[in-house]
Design a protein around this ligand. Structure first.
Ligand code: ASP
Ligand code: MG
Length: 451
């Protein structure tokens, strides 16, 4: 069954942070009758608190975090006209959290972390349903874990799209005829029924996956910024909103650190060509950015993104000279440690690479474990540089245009450019600079390319 008019609306943590934010988001939902499914993140701050609890805390610290969670959610409960209806359910979830946090203080595990962390979205969706009901809107709470089947890679689980599609048409689609459906982003379950999560910020991804499974006509991502900008406006106040952008460009931006969309979000949208709208629930009238299949006159330079805390690993080996198989061996070791490589450059006797941390809870220094370093060191000399920033220029036909090098690097004369990657993709050019220079580099480049 397909619902050509179905819009999936996703609201991020700041859009469900408190009672007023939830009501503004409810206004947004009700202003478009095509919105049939609402996907929510946890209220802002909750996931971080739950992650901290899942790390295993001693009793005093644990109570501080538990109190903070209770306060954020009760501030919402207490403003409802009939708080008693929902209080019991929220209380039950808070009790679960307390028990699971105590278990984590004895022994942590990734499965336990996901179970614990999922409570943020379970609570925010319960509260939002109640807010809608108080406005006499017919809304039903739906546990997304019934249909969001994933593998068991806890913390960064991958969805099984075929199963999701089948389960969604059996269990979710019929509900859309009855009333508005409110469900959780970010969480899922593996085949044995254990709770999993799609990686931090994964609610956007959930919304896009549901869009694909339900053949939706659009996915709306409501956040706290009115769209996608040429760069982070907090860093460059002159940054401009992009009204329309192609999937490929937006995907590059997300991957390279623009915080607006989760990097995997656009995969399902691209697969089935569903447009994704990004706007601010604080100011829906301000409009936003539409990410879609096609844009007219795509510009050479579209946007700048920065990813901080990058680690550069350089491997030197004289035996690489005139030999073969060295790179294969290096990549093999990395693959065995589940580390994927982000940027690479090579010379005759060395290879430099950065580690991909997109979408994961890990930082690159935690990916670089002692056992990985030991194994690499047995093969070659290893050099590790930390605290670099990756600056990515997103554009169109970049690798085919002339003068790109001069236009980009001409203004960066005062800076040390540690590594450059250009040519593999026509959508980006990226390079590494010392972390402390990132802001200045982006400001200068933005001024030169966009202002
Ligand atoms: N609540 C989750 C997080 O903070 C998922 C999301 O917000 O998309 O990472
Ligand atoms: Mg979020």
């Amino acid at each position: 069954m397909s619902y050509p008019q179905t819009v999936i609306a996703k609201f991020g943590g700041t859009s469900v942070a408190d009672y007023d934010a939830m009501n503004r988001s409810a206004d947004v939902v009700l202003s478009d009758e095509n919105v049939r499914v609402v996907v929510l993140s946890a209220s802002a701050g909750i996931t971080n608190l739950l992650v901290a609890l899942a790390g295993g805390l001693e009793a005093t610290e644990r109570f501080v975090k538990l109190d903070a969670i209770r306060k954020i959610q009760y501030d919402i409960v207490e403003r409802l006209a009939n708080p008693q209806i929902i209080r019991e359910e929220v209380e039950r979830l808070l009790e679960n959290i307390t028990t699971l946090a105590e278990a984590a203080s004895l022994a942590t595990s990734t499965a336990l972390t996901d179970e614990l962390v999922s409570h943020g979205e379970l609570m925010s969706t319960l509260l939002f349903v109640e807010i809608l009901r108080e406005r006499n809107v017919d809304a039903q709470w739906f546990d997304i874990r019934k249909i969001m089947r994933t593998n068991d890679r806890f913390g960064r689980a991958e969805p099984d799209v075929a199963t999701l599609t089948e389960l969604a048409s059996q269990q979710l689609a019929p509900r859309l005829e009855q009333s508005l459906v409110i469900t959780q982003g970010f969480i899922g379950s593996e085949s044995k029924g254990r709770t999993t999560t799609l990686g931090r910020g994964g609610s956007d991804y959930t919304a896009a996956l549901l869009g694909e499974a339900l053949h939706a006509s659009r996915v709306d991502i409501w956040t706290d910024v009115p769209g996608i900008y040429t760069t982070d406006p907090r860093m460059v106040p002159a940054a401009k909103r992009i009204d329309k952008i192609a999937f490929e460009e937006a995907a590059e931006m997300a991957t390279f650190g623009a915080k607006v969309l989760h990097p995997a979000t656009l995969l399902p949208a691209v697969r089935c060509g569903i447009p994704v709208f990004v706007g601010s629930s604080k100011d829906p009238k301000a409009g936003g950015t539409l990410v879609c299949n096609h844009t007219d006159n795509p510009p050479l330079f579209r946007a700048l993104a920065v990813r901080r805390k990058q680690t550069l690993v350089t491997l030197h080996s004289m035996s690489m000279l005139h030999s073969h198989g060295f790179l294969a061996e290096v990549f093999n070791i990395l693959a065995q440690h589940n580390v994927s490589v982000d940027l690479v450059t090579t010379s005759e006797v060395s290879v430099a690479l950065t580690l991909d941390t997109t979408g994961s809870t890990s930082t690159s220094d935690s990916l670089l474990t002692t056992s990985l370093l030991t194994e690499l060191s047995s093969l070659c000399r290893v050099e590790v540089e930390e605290n670099l920033a990756l600056v990515a220029i997103i554009g169109n036909q970049l690798s085919k245009a002339c003068g790109v090098g001069k236009e980009v690097f001409g203004v960066l004369e005062p800076f040390n450019i540690r590594m450059i990657c250009y040519g593999a993709s026509s959508y980006n050019l990226c390079f590494l600079v010392p972390g402390d220079d990132a802001e200045k580099v982006v400001q200068k480049l933005h001024h030169n390319l966009f202002e």
